[in-house]
Design a protein around this ligand. Structure first.
Ligand SMILES: [Ca+2]
Length: 134
């Protein structure tokens, strides 16, 4: 295990307005890949999927991808707590299957370095603004 990574940019530090711009710029698109090996319904997991998309866009090495996928699974497990009790077992199964799917099929969507940072984020935000302006 290396030292904990200090990311220059993180999803948790973005304002909601910035997240909307990244959606407009198609940096994040909810559940499922761009172009897409699977088109799962967003259902409970849309925020977790967007965060996972952001991690894939930011990129890094294969260890970072494994970490991004594991964080995705953990985030979905938190999401399942907001499902009604009778849906929760299905939600957990779905979270696990999404996790397995990104582990198996996610590599081609991963930004295999160099890691994107502040400059790239600013460019994506500008792109999102331009899209929204039409
Ligand atoms: Ca996605």
């Amino acid at each position: 295990m290396g030292a904990p990574v200090m990311w220059e940019i993180s999803w948790s530090r973005l304002a909601e307005e910035e997240r909307d711009l990244l959606r407009a710029a198609e940096v994040v698109n909810g559940c499922g890949g761009k172009g897409s090996w699977i088109d799962p319904p967003d259902w409970l997991f849309v925020a977790s999927c967007d965060q996972h998309d952001f991690h894939y866009w930011r990129g890094g090495d294969e260890g970072d991808r494994a970490e991004a996928d594991w964080q995705f699974y953990q985030a979905m497990i938190v999401d399942t707590k907001s499902a009604s009790w009778w849906r929760r077992p299905f939600a957990r199964i779905r979270a696990w299957s999404y996790y397995k799917a990104v582990r198996l099929f996610g590599a081609k969507y991963w930004n295999d370095g160099p890691v994107r940072g502040r400059v790239d984020l600013d460019a994506a935000l500008r792109q999102g603004r331009a899209k929204l302006a039409g």
